[in-house]
Write a protein that binds this ligand. Sequence first.
Ligand code: FAD
Length: 153
Amino acid sequence: MDDRAFRNAMGKFATGVTVITTEQNGEAHGMTANAFMSVSLNPKLVLISIDQRAKMLDKINESGKFAVNILAENQKEVSMQFAGQLKEKNEAEFDYMSDIPVVKDALVNIVCKVYSKQVAGDHTLFLGEVIDIVLREGAPLGFHEGKYSRIVS
Ligand code: FAD
C-alpha cells in the first residue's frame, strides 16, 4: 500500500485540533496535533502521538509533563502558528496551570504528567495522567481531509 492511500484514508477521520504545550529550561513550546484520544477514566489517561522529528519530543521527555489544549472554532490561526504554517513569527502568550504553559482561551486545557511512552514506528506515543483540567463554553475547531472545518451540532 502506498503512503498516499494511507494518508487519504486517515484524513477521512474527522478530528478536533489540539496544541500540545510544555516547558523546557523556562521556555514554553507548542505544537499542533490531532493525534489525541481519551484512554482511561480510572486512572484518567489520555494519549498523544509525536513525530520523532518534532522538537516537542525531547522537550516532553525532559519536562515529564505536557498540556493538551483543545482549540475553539475561532482558533484556526493558533493551530496554524503552532504547526509552522504562518509566514510571520508571532509571539505567543500562555497562561500557566501546574507550572505548565497552556493556550489562552482554548476550549479545554488538560495538564498531564507522563505516565508511560512507547515508540511506534516514526512516532512516540505518550500516555499522560491528567492532573488538572479547565473547561470553557464553545464549539471546537474541526479538521479533516487536510482542511480546517466547523463542527455543527
Ligand atoms: P516547531 O516546528 O519549531 O514549532 C512549531 C511552530 O510553533 C513553529 O512555527 C514555532 O514558531 C511555533 N512555536 C512553538 N513554540 C512557540 C512559542 N513559545 N511562541 C511562539 N511560537 C511558538 N505532528 C505530530 O507529531 N503529531 C500530531 O498529532 C500532529 N497533528 C497535526 C495536526 C494538524 C491539524 C497539523 C496542521 C499538524 C499536525 N502535526 C502533528 C504536525 C506538527 O504540528 C508540525 O510538524 C510542527 O511544526 C512540529 O513542531 P515542533 O515541535 O517540531 O516545533
